[in-house]
Design a protein. Structure first.
Length: 225
């Protein structure tokens, strides 16, 4: 299986339901700012993105963990009055986008960056988003991988502070259930639904649906102050 085909099997986990330590981990992360130094390459990527954002002068949308960026194009076309940053750490996936689509969109920029740093840099710079899409983040389903899931990671508070309408999708219902609980710990209401649409919006969404899997979605309005 190639890197781009990814894994379209249903998520299996020895974790039955929400992780027993989820609330404790989220509370600890929310109470303690993450101080890890920024990687130089992500700082450089952020500075370039900042110049582009300044030039655009439009309200911002993030498509975080964009993969090959199909969703990013759809979002940029759907929101022509917004500047869309498509963010992923995988050069191979971002390169694949360039190979598949000739036409560039004026309001879409692909940035190779580690979100562990990029979200914090954006927060530090005072950025506020109108929308934030997080489609099919890696589920890290082993119980010992809890803190690699975004809602249990030390950068969760930065994701929240960036604000905007947040859309998270997963093919692992537990991921969405945990996300909702983590938001709740931060005092943020959210809604969930089993998600379907006439057309898939991303490469992973297409693969999951083609193999008969279901998607779940969490939506929340994050404070933008
Ligand atoms: C399962 S893929 C989903 C891609 C795309 N959203 C889709 O639906 O087709 C998850 C993506 O998250 C990216 N990713 C995981 N951890 C990341 C991090 N710390 N910073 C940036 N990207 C990350 C991976 O490189 C991968 O492309």
């Amino acid at each position: 299986m190639s890197e781009f085909e990814g894994n379209s099997r249903a998520v299996t986990s020895s974790q039955a339901g929400v992780h027993e330590r989820l609330v404790e981990v989220v509370q600890r992360n929310l109470a303690n700012p993450f101080k890890k130094p920024f990687a130089d390459h992500t700082r450089a990527a952020f500075e370039q993105a900042q110049q582009w954002v300044d030039k655009q002068g439009k309200p911002l949308i993030f498509d975080s963990c964009c993969g090959v960026g199909e969703s990013s194009r759809i979002i940029a076309q759907r929101f022509p009055e917004h500047a869309v940053l498509a963010l992923d750490r995988s050069e191979a996936r971002l390169d694949k986008h360039q190979r598949c689509f000739d036409e560039t969109l004026d309001n879409l920029l692909f940035v190779r960056a580690d979100l562990m740093d990029f979200w914090r840099l954006a927060e530090e710079a005072g950025w506020h988003l109108d929308y934030h899409f997080l489609l099919y983040p890696n589920p890290y389903p082993k119980p010992g991988q809890l803190q690699r899931r975004w809602h249990a990671s030390p950068v969760f508070s930065s994701l929240l502070n960036l604000g905007g309408e947040l859309v998270v999708r997963s093919n692992w219902k537990t991921y969405i259930d945990e996300f909702v609980l983590a938001l709740n710990e931060a005092g943020i209401a959210s809604s969930t639904q089993d998600y379907s649409a006439a057309e898939p919006m991303s490469a992973f969404e297409r693969k999951y649906w083609a193999s008969g899997q279901q998607s779940w979605q969490c939506w929340a309005q994050l404070a933008s102050d």
